[in-house]
Design a protein around this ligand. Structure first.
Ligand code: UD1
Ligand code: CA
Length: 436
């Protein structure tokens, strides 16, 4: 792929319309901050990417550092702080950046649905290539004023007159500039507008007035939707989720009522896995020929040739292989191979081996109030219902644990373990007690 393109991502805005203490670009879509997707797609197209930050700059930068360490080290990706006090606005954001390539693509970071394949369409020879949305209502967007079939200028909603407000052609907010033009004209921007900001959109009118070439590129909301509020955040996530699910369906995953299923970006599914309604798959989970039943949650875990649920919860660090996890069973950092745990159990910080049956109500007591401890259970162990395993504890192969036992010591191979108060039966006690 040729990478003779510079990219500037605008992520400095306060995002007041989100009504949140979290910076807008860190609000998540399918489990990742919006800005993550802008950077991810940009990396496919450019070796010169600058992210402009200002509001909660440190927080935004640290959040991205955890994903893009390598690219920051090589210099493919850079952060620049906007001189927001003196030059607020989308125009102010691109000042003081010197792109290294002939063409510069400018992206708003609040467009999480953007894909590199769509951005490649801006590769047109013109002074400015701008993205245009045809909408039922352009509310919230800058309006594109067109006269005699030609773009004249972009008017922001807050500056628009009644006639301009009625326009349904919107500026989607992505532009490709001739870098030379951009550098020469940025200093000419002014802030004579309702928001007292320097608008990048004013460059459009400047180019037109000078008779330079401007190419409007028609784009769709599916890819170019802007997120300014929590309503739009939720709408964008629906589109993003549908994209993720459609890709898995095409790949052979079976989904019952896909609209009720939530799959974060980063989840992998292989083989003929089945997802029933209400399933949630989070983090970097990996499913291989798995059957996840109604309303179960799998987070940062591996589920291979196994079934979970309905209403199972597989928490981070679990690795299930040839295993059956039934309703109301919770696992965490549990390595289960060939295990059956049908009902109502907590299996945390444990390793359990083939042929072992975990009775209903079994609990690995992994936490002593200060530290977490391991439970190791061997092969073919029969763990009776309502057993508590006080960790650290090891149960060797071929052990039987009687129902209701509290296991505080290691149990050797082939043994029966039973802790039980002797059963007492008092005849006719009921009648005496209730005087009947
Ligand atoms: C902008 C466009 C509008 C377009 C819309 C598309 C301008 C003046 N308006 O409006 O025509 O229809 O996007 O979604 O450009 N930002 C900075 N520094 C700032 C201000 C903003 O980096 O000083 C960043 C924001 O973080 C955001 C992006 O620029 O990612 C857009 O800013 P926002 O305030 O959302 O612009 P809109 O009002 O949506
Ligand atoms: Ca916006």
């Amino acid at each position: 792929m040729k990478k003779n393109l510079s990219i500037i991502i605008l992520a400095a805005g306060a995002g007041t319309r989100m009504k949140s203490t979290t910076p807008k670009v860190l609000h998540t879509i399918s489990g990742k901050p919006m800005l993550y997707y802008s950077i991810l797609e940009s990396l496919k197209l450019s070796d010169d990417i600058t992210v402009v930050i200002y509001h909660q700059a440190q927080r935004v930068q640290s959040s991205m550092e955890q994903f893009f360490q390598k690219e920051l080290e090589t210099g493919q990706l850079k952060f620049v702080v906007q001189d927001h006090e003196n030059y607020p606005g989308t125009g102010g954001a691109v000042m003081n950046i010197t792109p290294t390539h002939e063409k510069t693509l400018v992206l708003n970071a609040d467009m999480p649905l953007i894909q590199a394949s769509e951005l490649e369409k801006f590769d047109i020879d013109a002074t400015i290539v701008m993205s245009v949305l045809e909408l039922d209502s352009a509310d919230g967007y800058g309006r594109v004023v067109v006269e005699n079939g030609n773009v004249v200028k972009i008017v922001e909603q807050k500056d628009a007159n009644e006639q301009e407000l009625a326009i349904t052609t919107a500026n989607a907010g992505i532009y490709q500039f001739d870098t030379q033009f951009l550098l020469e004209h940025l200093p000419k921007l002014n802030n004579n507008n309702a928001q007292k900001e320097y608008y990048i959109t004013d460059l459009v009118e400047m180019a037109i007035n000078q008779g330079l070439s401007l190419k409007p590129l028609a784009v769709s909301v599916e890819n170019f939707k802007g997120v300014n509020s929590k309503v739009e955040l939720s709408q964008a996530e629906v589109i993003h989720q549908n994209r993720i699910k459609e890709a898995f369906l095409k790949q052979g995953v079976i989904m019952r009522l896909p609209d009720t299923i939530y799959i974060e970006y980063g989840v992998q599914i292989e083989g003929e896995s089945i997802l029933e309604n209400g399933v949630t798959l989070l983090g970097n989970s990996k499913l291989i020929n798995a059957h996840i039943k109604t309303n179960s949650v799998v987070e940062d875990s591996v589920v291979e040739d196994s079934d979970v649920g309905p209403m199972g919860r597989v928490r981070p660090g679990s690795v299930l292989k040839d295993t059956h996890i039934g309703n109301f069973v919770e696992t965490k950092k549990a390595k289960l191979t060939g295990v059956k745990a049908g009902h109502l159990s907590y299996l945390g910080d444990c390793e359990i081996d083939e042929g072992t049956n975990i009775g209903c109500g079994t609990i690995t007591c992994n936490y002593d109030g200060m530290n977490k401890h391991q439970t190791i259970i061997g092969k073919n162990v029969f763990v009776g219902s309502d057993t508590q395993l006080v960790a650290p504890v090891t149960i060797e192969d071929d052990v039987i644990i009687a129902a209701g036992s509290t296991i505080t010591k290691n149990i050797s191979k082939g043994s029966l373990a039973i802790t039980r108060a002797p059963l007492k039966v008092i005849k006719d006690y009921f009648y005496k007690f209730f005087n009947k």
